[in-house]
Design a protein around this ligand. Sequence first.
Ligand code: G6P
Ligand code: MG
Length: 219
Amino acid sequence: MLKGIIFDLDGVITDTAEYHYLAWKKTAEAIGVPFDREFNEELKGVSRMDSLYKILDHGGIRGQFSEAQVEELAHDKNIYYQELIKEITPNDLLPGIKDFLLECKEAGLKLGLASASKNGPVILDRLEVTTLFDTIVDPGKLKKGKPDPEIFVKAAAQLQLQVNECIGVEDAEAGIQAIKGANMFAIGVGTPDRMKLADWQVGSTTEITLERLREKLGE
Ligand code: G6P
Ligand code: MG
């Protein structure tokens, strides 16, 4: 029986996926690595350092950078990103998400956040939805990032629920893989071609309601 819902943040609760894209594009192009939306899909859900290594590999220039230089590039990306998220307000919640969160709370479901972003807590604060979440997984304490299921398994444990009592919501292919790896039902926000592994693909967050979810789960 459904008892908990575990959410990704960027691209599910708010459109910060677009800000990550813009900040990575600026970082990549500054070091001569071509960057487009298709390649960006590979970075969704991936931690800051792992994303940067993917970019350096994409440009075939990983060997040209010392560890300290890589740290500096990651730091610069985060500065660009933090500049972009400064003005976030509750108006930046993706359509229908606040209603869905409230509906879940009213139904007594527990809510968790499973985002790889270290900026997650500050973004939830700016969106004024922090108090709706029962738990937030600390991405700094994970051994493995998405597509490994660790973050979703941990979120369920923090909610004191079994994995089969939880479902996950994601917009990244790596995220859907992580949810499925945790043996949970996956809602995928995105196009059908990218959300192939999802149990329920939606084109927009407006489509997600508790009634529809229960129908899909056969409850
Ligand atoms: C999420 C996003 C990724 C981002 C990662 C780390 O998973 O989908 O694009 O790289 O978080 O975010 P951070 O804010 O810690 O750099
Ligand atoms: Mg995401």
